[in-house]
Design a protein around this ligand. Structure first.
Ligand SMILES: [Zn+2]
Length: 162
């Protein structure tokens, strides 16, 4: 098998796995009413950068988000629907160039396994609008040991009122 064929095969396997991956919703929170909009409505509501990440599982360039350096107290909410996803005290500097958190707000995220890079990764998204946020890894700090690696463009920071 040539190198080129191998890559085509791997790409095909990756795509097939991706389309078969079923969302694994954690225990749904009764206070979260799902927000479902048409593709046209999402395009109207979001900037092109937000749309690419939230609705097409894109990944922003590392270091590109102003939220990397955000140190104020407040809430990081979904840029698609403003559901609160993370609290500022659970943010930490991971050195990756993406806003990183060790603990999400309970019930705010759903997860699924994706195979875009062939090795399985755990994708997570907003539990209300299913907007893609990032991926979660097992190399985070205490107390959870998790690293929620989030696209800054998928978040909206809401500073705590002084
Ligand atoms: Zn959302």
């Amino acid at each position: 098998m040539t190198r080129r064929n191998l890559f085509s095969l791997l790409a095909a396997v990756g795509l097939a796995s991706k389309t078969q991956a079923a969302p694994q919703q954690a225990t749904p929170r009764p206070d979260i009413v799902p927000l479902r909009l048409s593709d046209a409505q999402w395009r109207e509501r979001l900037t092109p950068q937000q749309y690419a990440v939230l609705r097409q599982e894109g990944t922003e360039r590392p270091g590109s988000s102003p939220l990397n350096g955000e140190k104020r107290k407040g809430i990081f909410a979904c840029a698609g629907c403003e559901l609160p996803l993370f609290q500022s005290q659970h943010k930490y500097e991971s050195g990756t160039g993406w806003p990183s958190f060790h603990t999400p707000i309970a019930g705010a995220l759903g997860t699924q396994t994706d195979f875009k890079l062939l090795l399985p990764r755990t994708e997570y998204h907003c539990a209300r609008c299913e907007g893609h946020q990032g991926h979660v890894f097992d190399d985070g700090p205490a107390p959870t040991g998790k690293r929620y690696c989030n696209n800054g463009v998928a978040l909206k920071f809401l500073p705590e009122a002084a």
